[in-house]
Design a protein around this ligand. Structure first.
Ligand code: HEM
Ligand code: HEM
Length: 243
């Protein structure tokens, strides 16, 4: 019986590990890359949002369910079980050093991500389907959301990006060890450096998107003629008083 449970855990744990990279990790990388178009201009960001709307409705829905929602739901729910079950070595003086600490942070970041993504998906994709209005996820809506209420949502999103980036990049390092991709000490050192570099790049990519929503003012852009569009290139923080 206990053997059966262990086997089952082994399988689900491996599947959990795999879904973190494929498809969820890949989805996040392309998602933040496309979102970073906001850094360039509102038109570029709205162009990305609009592109997905040009896909046939049934195709988009099936793609979202199979490639994003189901794998993410499984990874998130099983991840909560693991996080709940995991030993917190950070608090154990005997192991109170960086590796265990980073491992513990990965589990905490999973819990934070669960809450962040529940809010994020409810206010983007689900809001779009419920209202039938694509404007809720366009540039102007982001600009408004991130600059209101004393920038609280900007802080939440900056933390969401940072946490997701840490969770994925530390996860890649762990994944390579778990799947026997990096065996020698040298290989493990190399993947450690790669993961750290990737953490910096992915975080900056997400933050570039957020900065783009502040940097440009949607009301001052001519949508009909991009070449004549007037962008507010200065960081507009002083224009928005804290709540
Ligand atoms: C710079 C910060 C972010 C911005 C501006 C942003 C923007 C968006 C937008 C506009 C949508 C709606 C897409 C649509 O329905 O067509 C969306 C959905 C989504 N976002 Fe983000 N996002 C950000 C950060 C993140 C992060 C860090 C993750 C973590 C993985 C994430 C995961 C998701 C997921 C899973 C969906 C649902 C996708 C779908 O069902 O099509 N987002 N996001
Ligand atoms: C939505 C909430 C999430 C929760 C609750 C969660 C939870 C977890 C936990 C607890 C682990 C550690 C597993 C272990 O100790 O063996 C983990 C690993 C991992 N997660 Fe997540 N996660 C979430 C979202 C994400 C997202 C959005 C991504 C991708 C961007 C992701 C990618 C990974 C990767 C790559 C690993 C490493 C797999 C391994 O150790 O082999 N997770 N997750």
């Amino acid at each position: 019986m206990s053997l059966a449970i262990n086997r089952e855990n082994y399988f689900w744990h491996k599947l959990h590990s795999l879904t973190g990279i494929i498809p969820v990790g890949f989805y996040m990388l392309q998602h933040l890359t496309l979102n970073s178009f906001a850094f360039d201009s509102p038109e570029k960001f709205n162009g990305v949002v609009g592109f997905f709307e040009t896909l046939p409705k049934h195709f988009l829905l099936v793609l979202e369910i199979v490639a994003i929602w189901l794998p993410l739901l499984f990874h998130a729910v099983y991840g909560l079980f693991i996080a709940n079950r995991g030993e917190v070595n950070y608090f154990n003086k005997k192991y109170g050093w960086s590796q265990n600490r980073m491992y513990t942070f990965q589990r905490w970041s999973g819990i934070f991500l669960f809450l962040f993504l529940a809010y994020h998906i409810a206010t983007t994709t689900i809001a779009k389907y419920m209202t039938g209005n694509i404007k809720v996820i366009e540039f102007a809506a982001w600009h408004e959301k991130l600059t209101q209420y004393g920038y609280i949502f900007l802080v939440i999103y900056a933390l969401g990006v940072l946490t997701a980036s840490y969770h994925l990049c530390y996860g890649i390092w762990n994944f390579c060890i778990r799947w026997g991709i990096t065996i020698s000490d040298k290989a493990q050192e190399r993947i450690q450096k790669f993961s750290f570099g990737m953490f910096i790049v992915v975080t900056l990519l997400g933050w570039a998107a957020l900065f783009g929503f502040l940097r440009h003012n949607p009301s001052e852009v001519s949508v009909s003629n991009e070449s004549e569009a007037v962008h507010v290139m200065n960081f507009p923080l002083p224009q928005f008083p804290f709540a």
